[in-house]
Write a protein of this length. Structure first.
Lengths: 117, 112
């Protein structure tokens, strides 16, 4: 089945130790998103790739970076995780036209829950 | 920025009853979407309603959209225990970035 896969499901890292979360998709969608979701809160968009074009949200901390080496894979790098970065990180995809993202349903992975020691 | 806001925040109902959730937003939209999130899982798209539509159905789901009031409602009829989840509305922002902004979410518990 076509899907969005996130690895690992649970990630524990130490304060300040870089960590990378991964996402892969078999949907061949042109847009990939990374969201941060804290407990009992709405998902918050960090950034998205429209094809190879990277789009960062204005309030996304510099600590967060992303890479999309090809259509299928996207990575979230947290350079120096702080305690406030503990959250669920959700990857999503959609197939969008050039009228702009947000016009099509998004398909989510099951997320990676990040804990900071 | 998050512009969708659901009301109420938490709802507990008996199996077989209907559940209604509301969502309000602040700016003009092209479409509004509803998603479900089971505990510890990702979001699942339920339904998308465009700004020129007033009502849409999908199985036991009924969504209404009132663009004059900038609000939407999600009705789940004949609820089941498996409907226990958080439900989020999300809007694209017609002005500016056209990205989805999610509301705070409704926690729905269906008691068997």
């Amino acid at each position: 089945d076509a899907m969005v896969i996130q690895n690992p499901r649970y990630q524990v890292t130490q304060f300040g130790k870089p960590v990378t979360l991964s996402c892969s998709q078999t949907l061949n969608h042109n847009v990939m998103y990374w969201y941060q979701q804290k407990s009992s809160q709405a998902p918050k968009l960090l950034f998205h790739y429209y094809d190879k074009d990277f789009n960062n949200e204005a309030d996304t901390p510099d600590n967060f970076q992303s890479r999309r080496p090809n259509t299928s894979f996207c990575f979230l790098d947290i350079r120096s995780p702080g305690l406030g970065d503990a959250a669920m990180y959700l990857c999503a995809t959609s197939r969008e036209s050039n009228t702009g993202v947000g016009n099509q349903p998004q398909h989510f992975g099951d997320g990676t829950r990040l804990s900071i020691l | 920025s998050q512009q969708g806001e659901e009301d109420p925040q938490a709802l507990s109902i008996q199996e077989g009853e209907n559940a209604t959730m509301n969502c309000s937003y602040k700016t003009s939209i092209n479409n509004l979407q509803w998603y479900r999130q089971n505990s510890g899982r990702g979001l699942v798209h339920l339904i998308l309603i465009r700004s020129n539509e007033r009502e849409k159905h999908s199985g036991r789901l009924r969504v209404t959209l009132d663009t004059s009031k900038k609000s939407s409602s999600l009705l789940i009829t004949a609820s089941r225990a498996a409907d226990t989840a958080s439900y989020f509305c999300a809007t694209d922002s017609f002005y500016g970035n056209n990205r989805l902004a999610f509301g705070k979410g409704n926690q729905v518990v269906v008691i068997p």
